[in-house]
Structure formats: structure tokens, C-alpha cells
Write a protein that binds this ligand. Structure first.
Ligand code: ZN
Length: 315
């Protein structure tokens, strides 16, 4: 993170005298999107006044900030971003606010995977120009949270960023982060055990969004999100026909739509291939509190509960 001076802001000073005794200092923190927001909440708890800019079921790749978002960033002591080109709009918002908040980059220290190339990147490439280029045709894949071991790196980066900005809370942040990272390690082991129940040749998933590269690499599952299906553009007839042949020839049964993507192309493809869409995976945004993936941990449990039986061909 970039260390900049943080001046503790005594909220109590703004309150009427009779409420000052009960008032506590809270650290104003702004996170760019829901998955980071949940991690920050797990680490910071009640010590933080947390605001998440791109909310549930919102595409944070191409987010359009509102004036109230710029206002929230102006008042923040700590800004938490993913980095690797995912939430570049958040960086621009922070620069425009132009003040001395500490910036925590959750992916700091992570060696990023490369994506196939720019033309494969999804969501129409509105942010294409800001992606971190690894070579002329390779860009860093920003979806590192889809590997729970890397998720533990996120948690450590967040805890150290909060501790630097609020030294009085450093012990609490580090304790919370340690307990949370232990839960994520246990969840990682559970994911591996779940995947191990599927014969290796059946560990294939088709979905509409290429967000699962880290998940695929970590857990030994092949994800197919062919060009055309993974962008906002329509897949060509040849792409669809090729994928239908592959689904039939290889007996692929795990076909999913992704929470933010339009399901139309994938549903048509599944129909023509004689398989059915098995539900909606969560990749880049959590659901609201009443949905199936309201936390980072719940997102993995939800996705696995769909993927594993579908790969086995059950149901
Ligand atoms: Zn994505």
C-alpha cells in the first residue's frame, strides 16, 4: 500500500455533548466492490464505517460512479481496491478526490495469471486501455479472489492496511484476519475434497464469463468460456456450433450462466446441445443479504454446491 498520513477523525467532536461519552471513533473505509467489502468487514468489524461502491450483483469491471461515490471517497481514511486493472474506475475516483487516504491494494504481492489476450477479455472491454499488460498480447487476470489461498493474501493485505491507518486497532485487525484466514484455509480444503469426488475426466464447466481462471488453476477444473460467449458481443454461429459439438462429444453436463451475464446465448446453446443450464454462478459480485452468495465464503459454498453435482452429471 501507499502509506500516507492519516489524521484520526474524532467523530465524537461533532456530536452533541451529552452523546460524546458513548461515541466511538470509527475508521471511514471505502472498498471498491462487494467481495472486498465483505473481507474488510470480516477484518475490521465494528471499528469501521464501511462503504462499498459497486454493490451486490453489480459489474465492477465497468462501473459508472455516482457523485455520492466521489463524496464517500473524499471522506475516507482508507481506500481498498483489487488492483490488476479490475477496478481502475476506483483509482480514477480516488485521484479525482485528490486527498491523502491510504490506498490498500488487496492483490499486492500476488503473482498474477495471464489471460489469453485482450480479445478474450469480457464485458466488452470498456476498461481495456487500463489493464496491466504483461506482454503485447497478455494482460493480468484480475480475478485472483477465486483462489481461496490468494484470498488469504487479500485478508493479510487488508489487515496490514487497516493497522497502519489505525494503530490502536492493529491487534484487533490482525486477530480477526488470522481467524478469518484460518476459515478460508479450511474452506479451501473443503473445496479440494469436493472436487476430488468428481472423476478427473468430468471436471469441465462451461460458463459465460472468463472469471474462473484462478479457480480452475487452483482446483483442477477446466472452464470453457469460448470467445463470443464471454463478451457482450453475440457469439458467432460457428462458435456456438463448435461448442455444441464439444458438449455432445465429451458428455459435458456442467453448463452455467454467471450472475451478471445475459443468459440468452448460453440457454440457447444448452438447448441445442441437449443439456440444461444448471444455475447461476457468482464470480465478480456477491448477492444481496437474502441471496445465495451474501459473503465471500458463501459464494464458494454456493458455486461448489452447483458445480460438483453438475460435473458428475447428477440430477
Ligand atoms: Zn470478471
Amino acid at each position: 500500500m501507499q502509506r500516507r498520513p492519516f489524521i484520526a477523525f474524532p467523530l465524537a467532536a461533532l456530536l452533541p455533548r451529552h452523546t460524546r461519552a458513548q461515541a466511538v471513533r470509527t475508521l471511514p473505509v471505502v472498498a471498491s466492490f462487494t467481495i472486498l467489502g465483505d473481507m474488510v468487514r470480516q477484518v475490521g468489524g465494528d471499528r469501521l464505517a464501511l462503504r462499498v461502491i459497486a454493490g451486490p450483483d453489480t459489474d465492477a469491471h465497468v462501473f459508472q460512479a455516482r457523485p455520492s461515490d466521489a463524496e464517500a471517497i473524499r471522506g475516507a481514511a482508507v481506500l481498498v481496491r483489487n488492483g490488476l486493472g479490475f477496478d481502475a474506475w476506483f483509482d480514477r475516483l480516488a485521484r479525482a478526490a485528490g486527498h491523502g487516504a491510504a490506498i490498500v491494494t488487496a492483490t499486492q504481492g500476488i503473482d498474477p495469471r495471464a489471460t489469453e489476450g485482450e480479445e478474450h477479455h469480457h464485458h466488452g472491454g470498456v476498461e481495456r486501455g487500463t489493464q496491466r499488460h504483461m506482454s503485447p498480447r497478455r494482460v493480468a487476470d484480475p480475478h485472483a479472489w477465486q483462489d481461496l489461498r490468494l484470498g488469504q493474501t487479500y485478508v493479510r493485505n487488508i489487515a496490514e492496511g487497516l493497522a497502519a491507518a489505525d494503530p490502536a486497532g492493529a491487534g484487533a485487525y490482525r486477530r480477526n484476519a488470522q481467524a478469518y484466514a484460518q476459515r478460508l484455509a479450511a474452506l479451501d480444503a473443503w473445496v479440494r475434497a469436493q472436487v476430488a469426488t468428481v472423476p478427473p475426466a468430468r471436471r469441465r464447466v462451461i460458463t459465460s464469463h472468463d472469471a474462473f481462471g484462478y479457480f480452475a488453476a487452483a482446483y483442477g477444473i477446466e472452464f470453457l468460456a469460448p470467445q463470443g460467449l464471454s463478451t457482450t458481443s453475440e457469439a458467432s454461429a460457428a462458435d456456438v456450433a463448435r461448442l455444441i459439438r464439444q458438449i455432445r462429444a465429451e458428455g459435458i453436463t456442467a453448463v452455467f450462466v454467471e450472475s451478471m451475464a445475459s443468459p440468452a446465448t448460453l440457454e440457447r446453446l444448452a438447448r441445442e446441445a441437449g443439456v440444461r443450464v444448471r444455475g447461476r454462478l457468482y464470480a465478480d459480485a456477491l448477492s444481496g443479504p437474502d441471496g445465495p452468495a451474501p459473503t465471500y465464503e458463501a459464494m464458494f459454498r454456493h458455486n461448489l454446491s452447483l458445480i460438483v453435482p453438475a460435473m458428475r452429471g447428477e440430477g
